[in-house]
Design a protein around this ligand. Structure first.
Ligand SMILES: NC(=O)c1ccc[n+]([C@@H]2O[C@H](COP(=O)([O-])OP(=O)(O)OC[C@H]3O[C@@H](n4cnc5c(N)ncnc54)[C@H](O)[C@@H]3O)[C@@H](O)[C@H]2O)c1
Length: 337
């Protein structure tokens, strides 16, 4: 009887580290690269489900895109094999829809932007970093993305963001931009850190949502997704300022969800666990590292930003039309630990 074997999938930038390691061709190539970079392979254990390419971002320049491409070529007889984006699937939930995404130049915001565009939508992409926004824009078809270089903490920028949508109605808002607090404990939190974290993580979403609610009420529809965190649900996932800000965003989500449900406006939150992005994850405090560090070593593996984008896109889309006011953990199960 003929034995049916699955055709071996080529190793690409989107192949997980786990699969690179289990491939007889990929394993020695990956080990050699890590050794050259002085990276201890065992230290990658929490990140094995991530794609090789995601390390370009999270290694902060230690591993470059060229080196990833070189590895892919070496594994495929000199050919730079590129995978399908994978985000598109057959879904097209955002055709003729306009969604504002903040924090669009990096990590979860960028992945959300890519996902919405891949599903036929138009994104008003907001971030502090003009250059990275231009790169994002250049990678997408004309008309699918409008970039706005803006600081979400600046009250003046709100109108600029709304105006950028033009005549088209705004169907959705993803408040993704956020910053961390270096896991600082309460007694080491300066007024400056406190105010900065609150300004980006709470004031920004508050003002932008406030500007959009009248427009969404006027047309009796809209979806807002706020990005919360595991720190919205527990006290041992971050420092005090970040934890307070992410609890606050849950309050904002629930209050607004209740108030505007009669206007067919849904307001939900996604609470990511650890995600491989550009966000600062290091401990700025020895006190917190001693107290929080042991818990952090027990959490689920780091996720790809695309996995969080999928949760955000679901809550923005009509697929979740009966869901309002929830805080959806997208965290590999951390919240049940
Ligand atoms: N990465 C994680 O493990 C994780 C876990 C839980 C929650 N989150 C949340 O996810 C969200 C996105 O974070 P990320 O991990 O993708 O981080 P990231 O640093 O990769 O991306 C955040 C983006 O927000 C932008 N931004 C920051 N301040 C801004 C401001 N004032 N105005 C406009 N843009 C601003 C940054 O320039 C950056 O491009 C944040 O709200 C964060 O708290 C992240």
């Amino acid at each position: 009887m003929m034995e049916l074997t699955e055709a071996a999938r080529p190793l690409t930038g989107r192949t997980s580290l786990e699969d690179w390691q289990s491939s007889p061709v990929g394993a020695p190539l990956l080990s050699a690269l890590l050794a050259r970079k002085g990276i201890d392979e065992s230290s990658l254990a929490p990140a094995l489900r991530l794609s090789l390419a995601s390390f370009v971002e999270i290694s902060r320049g230690q591993i470059t895109q060229d080196e990833v491409d070189e590895l892919v070529r070496a594994a495929n007889d000199g050919e730079l094999v590129v995978d399908e984006d994978g985000a598109t699937g057959s879904a097209a939930r955002f055709v003729n829809k306009t969604v504002i995404v903040t924090g669009a130049a990096s990590g979860i915001g960028r992945a959300t932007t890519q996902r919405i565009i891949a599903e036929g939508g138009r994104v008003i992409a907001v971030d502090l970093f003009a250059e990275r926004l231009s790169e994002l824009s250049a990678a997408h078809p004309e008309g699918s993305i409008v970039t706005v270089r803006a600081d979400v903490t600046d009250p003046q920028s709100v109108q600029e963001i709304v105006t950028a949508a033009g005549e088209a109605p705004i169907d959705g808002l993803a408040n993704v931009a956020g910053i961390t607090d270096g896991h600082r404990p309460l007694h080491e939190t300066s007024d400056e850190i406190w105010q900065k974290v609150m300004a980006v993580n709470v004031d920004g979403p508050f003002r932008l949502t406030r500007a959009l609610i009248p427009l969404m009420r006027g047309r009796k529809g809209g979806a807002v997704v706020n990005v919360a965190s595991e720190a919205s649900m527990r006290g041992n996932a971050a420092g005090t300022a970040y934890t307070v800000s992410k609890h606050a965003i849950v309050g904002l989500t629930r209050s607004a969800a209740f108030l505007y449900a009669p206007d067919n406006i849904r307001i939900n939150a996604v609470a990511p666990g650890p995600v491989a992005t550009g966000i600062e994850g290091a401990f700025a405090s020895e006190f917190s590292e001693r107290r929080i560090g042991p818990f952090m070593r027990m959490i689920p593996p780091v996720a790809d930003p695309a996995a969080i984008a999928a949760s955000i896109a679901w809550l923005l889309s009509d697929d979740s039309s009966n869901v309002n006011g929830v805080v959806l953990p997208s965290d590999g199960g951390w919240s049940v630990q």
